[in-house]
Design a protein. Sequence first.
Length: 318
Amino acid sequence: MSGSDLAYTEYAVPAVRKDTILMLFDTHTNLMWYPDHLSDEFVGTALDAKKAKMRLTEDVYYAGPENEEKHSFDSRPEQLLEATKGCDRVIVFGLRASHVGVDVPQEMVAEFVREHPDRFAGWCSVNPADDDCVQQLEYCVSDLGLRGLKVAPIYQNWDPQDSRHLPFFRKAEELDIPVNIHQGTSFVRSGPLKYANPILLEDIALACPRLRIIISHMGHPWEDECVVLIRKHPNLYANISALHYRPRRHYNALMSALEYGVEHKLIFGSDFPSATPEQVISGQRKVNDVVEGTNFPRFPEAAIERIIYENWKQVIEP
């Protein structure tokens, strides 16, 4: 056995305790549908991206019948309830991103979680580039009762390194709410990739050290940048939604987190309607298939189970 083989063999990831009550918490779902909240251009490019994923894996969600392709990315209340029926808790948000043709009323999200308080927690979405963004955030949290924040530079067209946005994130820190940031690529034509690399979040992390930040999708395709960023900052985490569609990238991303010692900072999310929670779980348990029959190391099964059931407890209240 080589030295590198020995190192991976002896890398111990604590298993989930047998007396632990397992709780499946989907930390990333969306409430939105065409044509009320999604533009024609958005659903067209979303469908192309979905078809590309379906060439690589069966673990992809397709919402509508084949003859209603514009509804393939729908997540209506009844669809979200059905998709997450196996989850104990679910976070749901509706993105405000008119720049790319997505705009969900925050009152609708608040009403949905009021109707389903047993399992759902609502997070708001505000564009930090709006002049009244701080007031919007206070309204969503204080008046609507939403318990977290979703932002997305590539969808909302704002620069994470622009210091003008720091008062907004300081307000989120003051309100003591967690923030989910879509920081990574997207299929939308008008979304600026120049704002999408996870490294660009460091100024926010430094200015707001108590702010709990979850980077969506491990910042793909910049997963390594995401890994080194969450290693440096105690209150930065990443979710693994939307990774399993690309088996080689998925494996490399999780192994990078393992090698840098931050696999415990990866948390579960489905990004429904991209995939259901069951499909994402299936995808995580297939992560080592791409190296089957080779000498490459395997990502530990114990680490997979902790991603699915345990790691969210560090950053989110149930």
